[in-house]
Design a binder for this molecule. Sequence first.
Ligand SMILES: [Zn+2]
Length: 629
Amino acid sequence: MTQIEEIKNRIDAVDLVGSYIKLQKAGSNYKACCPFHREKTPSFNVSPARQIWHCFGCSEGGDIFEFVKKIEGIEFPEALKILADRAGVELKTEDPRERGERGKELAILEEATKFFEGNLNLAVSPPSGGETAGTPYGYLRKRGLTEETIKEFRIGFAPAEWKSLFNHLLSKNFSAEEQERAGLIVRSQNSKFQSQNYYDRFRSRIIFPIFDYSGRVVAFGGRIFEAPTSQAVGATEAVAKYVNSPETNLYQKSKILYGLHKSKSDILKEGECVVVEGYMDWLMSWQAGVRNIVASSGTALTETQLKILRRLSEKLIAAFDMDKAGEAAAARGIELALAEGFEVRVVGELTTPPSAPLFVKEGVGGGFLKDPADAVLADPAIWQNAVKNSRHIVQFYIDSSLKKFPAASAESKREFQKSVIPVVARLSDLEKAHWVQVVGVSLGINEEAVWSAVKNHASKNKSAGAGIQEMRAVDVKPISRKELLENRILGIAAKYPAFILSSDNELDGSLFSGDKSVIFNGIKQKDLPAGRQDKGLEVFQELISRLTLEAELFLEGVGIARKATAEGAAYADAETEFIICKRELTKEVLKEKRGIISKELQSVEKKGGDVQALLADFQKINTELSKLN
Ligand SMILES: [Zn+2]
């Protein structure tokens, strides 16, 4: 058995595809809206029997390797690595140098992660109280993280030195150029010392590795851990609380969501996704058992991130700072989420019980907690309940407007125009009707007036979605009628070879074009073409599998329409379909021939040549065609 076969044996295609997109059972297969083209009704199928996937909308399809390649946007060697890890199969050639540039980058980040992990218990001196006391590990524990969480998410520490990681990686044979490409070191602007002009990007920081969808470290987020006056941090530069890896081959900020490699199955299961801001929020929420979460790392979600989440769930629950909800970036994020078809909700207030006054946000009387991380530390139930009691985004805007201004005041009306109307205008018609009424009653605005404001906004912003980059506006490869017929015949024939073996259905292999005629003859001889080494047998086998699935799905549809479920009825339907397609394909081929002859006739006539023979051929085809009609 090859390693590829071994991996395929161990990983179920439905499980694998289902870990990326929400699948629904339909007959003997699973359906979903295609992740590779934009559509509203599902035409993407996964077959558990055949262990393949196929989309009728855009004609993409294949096995588990093909799926991972496409959805992750990677090449085969990397897909192989991901699936081998998932299957627990150890690949024979594991030398990182043989895994190309991306493989090398992953290896260097893995080494850096181990280095940071090893430093976590480093004592930081001088122990002068506050955050700088003791070790970074101690600090994390004080913030509420368990040892298990710290280990599971591979949190580490970058020491307060200029070249500790740099030298460590050099000793592991990673060059300065490679380290720079991976975003780990920075080239000094001051080039006085040509040989020493590199230094570590992360210094004196708690390191949160950032993982890709498959759980490989692709970047780091570093939180400051020492007094900003420290030499090694850099006295002249303004010290940011967080420093992140720059964009690299592996890390595109707009595509990665912190924690998704762990939370994707919980998001799928719950059908909803909670969005928090920071790594600590994510980790503490995870510990509190609210695990259908992602962290946006402080910025509004991008369209790409929303698309990834939309494959997994329909409901988005935003847990951002109440004060920030009205900001432009947040509003833009909400609009994008609505445009992707999410139901958007907002997490309720994080209110402390009076017994935990320590965590009250300063300046805000009344017991608001700063963020989900603090809420969980105070009491996990606060966070769990806040998520449970999330409000619809429109209700949230109504409430926050009423908190600031009295209903029916000029200010509340302005607020309503600014924040409520754009959101209501984005909703489905049914939801719109509901919320227009609620908005009218709560804000004391005439319902008619609300309706006209919504319509006004919609007409002004007709092109609002136009700027949004389309996933792939159904640029379906145009498939000709002839190709469609060929595919259907081959699919049915592969399922019921008896049809093409029976003399009644005698079918001429020359009706098919290119590889299809090879496949046809293969099925007819119950034997796949062995001499076609140039293409490889798998190419044919995979194509046959997909064509068979396509035919099965079609026949299943016919069967359902007629409520005929017995195998006999399906067989009869298949044979009828086979005969019809055979006749139609014959007609298509004849028409094609007639077209060629007709062109020839024209050119011979022009030259004044003899057209007798051509006319006879033309006539013969017409007779054959009329017999078929
Ligand atoms: Zn598709």
